[in-house]
Design a protein around this ligand. Structure first.
Ligand code: NAD
Ligand code: TYD
Length: 339
């Protein structure tokens, strides 16, 4: 099997490539990544010389380049991780989100259609469903929950999902979509909540919690997400959407307190800062469909996953230090008003 993985130099894409190399060593993986601020080629260093791995620096919006690559490789499947992924950046600069997340997906779909691909898998997010109220713990996102996106990020992802389903219905393109909850684990870019708090705490820097910190996210260890995508690729039904989540809802403030406890740092580092515009209150996935139809269950509990993640950041300072010392510094100053 030849699989194109887009966005494979980012957080989840790189974890997926490692997962696939380990579990399907005979598959050929072709990684396409534009290497934006969020892409990091050093992550893929350990497999760069593998015979069955090829890295191509390219933009998924570049029709000619992607077409040429398909002519060379004739892949069987495409797994589309490539995206602008950070909600805060989408609030300050939505344009690039529309370009990559919508137009990039459209380019890939066209080329997949032309080459008669066996599967196009779109890596989507639970954020397309909008949010749930805190006082209704009985409500969860199901696959038939209407799309009701809040941020430029989530609306660009929702638009891409609509396009993917339109290509299935109109042209019969063999598609699947997964909508996963918040991931955490190794290689997570330090602008996101968990790695940002770990790294700030290690430096005894303030831990910036938006608003009152009571917003709830449903956290899943990244390897469990990779396993879900692998199952969908091999056993999922064409034209179907699968929600992925492990019923692990936590308030932001509790996550930050937990990180303080693990690192033995004082909670006085926690600083409440201005809330995010349009901040979604609660995400919570109902994973019944993927559990009953594909037998998927998460393997890593949050207590185990967060310990492994903190340890990973302690052991891989050489991965994240160049990031926080580089261009990311000016983003941080702009966002949080301090170094
Ligand atoms: P990330 O920001 O860490 O990585 C994105 C990768 O895509 C980077 O390597 C970047 O260089 C690449 N990229 C960006 N624009 C590109 C373009 N035009 N052409 C080619 N490559 C491009 O993101 P992530 O957290 O790994 O998320 C991956 C996917 O999973 C995204 O589609 C995201 O919407 C989805 N998702 C993420 C989460 C989460 O918690 N992080 C949860 C559910 C779904
Ligand atoms: P984030 O990791 O950006 O993921 P998403 O917005 O896609 O869920 O944020 C997770 C939660 O943490 C979200 O409710 C916003 C909050 N947050 C903070 O309180 N402080 C921060 O510095 C960041 C980056 C996020």
């Amino acid at each position: 099997m030849k699989i194109v993985v887009t966005g494979g130099a980012g957080f989840i894409g790189s974890n997926f490539i490692f997962y696939m190399r380990k579990n399907h060593p005979d598959d050929r993986i072709i990684c396409i990544d534009k290497l934006t601020y969020a892409g990091n080629l050093s992550t893929l260093e350990p497999i760069m010389d593998d015979q069955e791995f090829r890295f191509v620096k390219a933009d998924i919006c570049d029709r000619e380049v992607i077409h040429r690559l398909f002519e060379e490789e004739h892949p069987d499947m495409v797994v589309n991780f490539a995206a602008e992924s950070h909600v805060d950046r989408s609030i300050t600069d939505p344009g690039v989100f529309l370009q990559t997340n919508i137009m990039g997906t459209a380019v890939l779909l066209d080329i997949c259609r032309e080459f008669g691909i066996k599967r196009f898998h779109q890596v989507s997010t639970d954020e397309v469903y909008g949010d749930l109220p805190l006082d209704r713990p009985d409500l969860f996102f199901r696959e038939d929950t209407p799309i009701h996106a809040s941020s430029p990020y989530s609306s660009s992802k929702a638009s891409a999902d609509l396009l993917v389903m339109a290509y299935y219905r109109t042209y019969g393109t063999p598609v699947t979509i997964s909508r996963c909850s918040n991931n955490y684990g190794p290689y997570h870019f330090p602008e996101k909540l968990i790695p940002l708090m770990i790294i700030n705490a290690l430096h005894d820097k303030p831990l910036p919690v938006y608003g009152n910190g009571l917003n709830v996210r449903d956290w899943l260890y990244v390897e469990d997400h990779c396993k879900a995508i692998d199952l969908i690729l091999h056993r999922g039904q064409i034209g179907e959407i699968y929600n992925v989540g492990g019923h692990n809802e936590m308030r932001n403030i509790d996550i930050v307190r937990k990180i303080c406890r693990i690192l033995q740092k004082p909670e006085s580092l926690i600083t409440h800062v201005a809330d995010r515009k349009g901040h979604d209150m609660r995400y919570a996935i109902d994973p019944t469909k993927i559990q009953t139809e594909l037998g998927w269950y998460p393997e890593t509990s949050f207590d185990e996953g967060i310990l492994k993640t903190v340890q990973w950041y302690l052991d891989h300072q050489t991965w994240w230090e160049p990031i926080i010392n580089g261009e990311y510094q000016s983003y941080y100053r702009k966002m949080y008003g301090t170094d």
